[in-house]
Design a protein around this ligand. Structure first.
Ligand code: ADP
Length: 513
């Protein structure tokens, strides 16, 4: 087989990592191994459509081996019973090691996903590092409670003093984790770091479009020698072949999934066999609501970055703009002007000024283009963008803003997952009516509210049915803040203390004193 070639001068370990004759392997029980079937799949550069690597295509046999390794590691207690401060020290060291590889990981991410290498360097990688560091502290803070009861003994209330009750927080066991392609390294970190802090062992499947950064992360972790074998296992492969067996595996105690609502429903069904716990972080159709008293320049910038960040391939993208009629023209024109000036090009060529890379795959390109066509067919007017280009193998879609849209249009209802903003005029001053328009979606992941009036802003925050509300900002994340969805945007939360509920069981212990 010929050595693979890449088009960029990277000058880091990335070249060594991907320019190789060999398919990247699975990581099971501390070893790099081929898939049992010997099958592989190709990984492409979304800016050119050219192959940049190939990876082992795992299936149920490989998943089974990984689960056995994770089960064995969990039961021996090499990680699950390690002292919390030791676990914390290891997670902190891992955060340092990942940080040392920041440039390389940002390049890998840009190459594999198509995003701007600068954005990957200031967002994806530092957020991933920060979450490991935050979770290092979490390992020593998994506390139970002492609970005063009004105890029933033989159907009569007995004086509480006879009994002493407390809760223990215990790792849930072997966890399966399935992640998407939009923030590959960050999603891997959002999943792996809290599971490790809780003392769980992991079988993780990266998205087939973007497996490289999770594999390199695993290599970095493995080279550090800090994790006992079997604690972290990585199975690359296709959704139906490698993801579905994770969701249905009888010896996985919990599955954590991030991806589309459609696949989230499949995961829920597949997990029913052993009633494993399921947490889901799914799609969104987040509103950005601009009131006339907002700082309009800031709102324009914020709405534009709310939708165009990561090419709109963000589950919490502010994809539906609601602007009050008094400021609607100014806001939509302002966002359209920004859209017009965003330079689209390969993410790796950011130095030449490209600010928005290609969409991740041809499938995604076709989907987004299809939504733009459906909007036009439904009578929406394209203010800017609407253009796209895959003639040279890359999957480029220009930032796009539509007016004359309404809640009945398919592309206003469904998640586009591309750089496409739909806009609607608010013609009402009643906050309940405005909230009910914004809430008119099956999703409930996030929203932003733009107003200088603290009363309006906080009232709206309470009326919005979503797991995150940003006031005078959009897409602001912090490792300490829980993130997740209402309604069909999922259940469970990532990050923060709340995330630990995903990976812990609570045991109530009562002692007869
Ligand atoms: P998207 O539509 O954005 O590509 P998906 O929800 O299809 O997102 O994919 C997210 C993750 O789910 C990927 O790792 C993918 O391989 C995986 N996946 C896809 N289909 C299934 C399935 N039937 N069972 C389990 N995992 C799946």
């Amino acid at each position: 087989m010929e050595a693979l070639k890449i088009d960029y001068d990277l000058n880091t370990n990335v070249e060594k990592f991907i320019v190789t004759n060999q398919a990247k392997q699975l990581f099971i029980n501390g070893n790099w191994v081929d898939s049992k079937s010997g099958k592989t799949f190709d990984v492409e550069d979304p800016a050119t459509g050219k192959k940049i690597a190939s990876c082992a295509a795992g299936d149920e046999k490989d998943v089974d081996l990984a689960v056995k390794a994770a089960r064995n590691a969990f039961e021996t207690g090499s990680w699950s019973k390690m002292a919390p401060n030791e676990k914390g020290k290891i997670l902190w060291k891992l955060s340092d090691i990942i940080e040392e590889h920041a440039q390389e990981l940002a390049q890998l991410e840009a190459l594999d996903n198509g995003k701007s290498v600068v954005v990957a360097g200031v967002a994806d990688v530092p957020l991933a590092v920060d979450l490991f560091r935050y979770m290092a502290g979490m390992a020593t803070k998994l506390e139970g409670q002492t609970i005063p009861g009004s105890f029933l003994v033989n159907n009569t209330l007995s004086p509480g003093a006879q009994f002493h009750s407390y809760t223990l927080r215990e790792p849930i066991g072997v966890v399966g984790q399935i992640i998407p392609w939009n923030f590959p390294l960050l999603m891997a970190s959002w999943k792996i770091a809290p599971a490790l802090a809780a003392g769980c062992t992991v079988v993780l499947k990266p998205a087939e479009q973007t497996p490289l950064s999770a594999l390199r992360l695993t290599e970095i972790i493995n080279d550090s020698g800090l994790l006992p074998e079997g604690v972290l296992n990585i199975i690359t492969g296709l959704g139906e072949e490698a993801g579905a067996p994770i969701a249905s595996h009888p010896d996985i105690d919990k599955v954590a999934f991030t991806g589309s609502t459609e696949v989230g429903k499949l995961i829920t069904k597949a997990s029913a066999g052993n009633l494993k716990k399921v947490t889901l972080e799914l799609g969104g159709k987040s509103p950005a609501i601009v009131f006339p008293d907002a700082d309009i320049d800031a709102a324009i910038q914020g709405v534009a970055s709310g939708i165009f960040f990561n090419h709109g391939q963000t589950c919490c993208a502010g994809s539906r703009l609601f602007a009050h009629e008094k400021v609607y023209e100014k806001v939509t024109e302002g966002v359209a002007e920004i859209a017009k000036n965003i330079k689209v090009g390969p993410g790796m060529h950011d130095k030449d000024g490209s600010q928005m890379g290609p969409l991740v795959s041809n499938e995604q390109y076709e989907k987004v283009v299809g939504y733009m066509e459906s909007g036009k067919n439904d009578g929406a007017e394209c203010l800017v963008g609407g253009t796209h280009d895959n003639s040279k193998g890359g999957h480029f879609v220009h930032p796009t803003v539509f007016s004359k849209t309404n809640a009945d249009m398919k592309f206003v209802k469904e998640e586009i997952f591309g750089p496409v903003l739909t806009t609607q005029k608010i013609t009402d001053d009643d906050l309940n009516n405005i909230a009910s328009e914004a809430n008119n979606t099956e999703f409930g992941l996030a929203a932003s509210v733009w107003s200088k009036d603290i009363s309006t802003a906080h009232k709206m925050a309470s009326k919005i049915k979503a797991g995150t509300v940003w006031i005078n900002c959009h897409n602001v994340f912090d490792s300490a803040l829980p993130f997740g969805g209402y309604k069909q945007s999922g259940n469970g939360r990532e990050m923060g203390f709340e995330c630990m509920d995903n990976y812990l069981e609570t045991k109530a212990v009562t002692v007869n004193l």
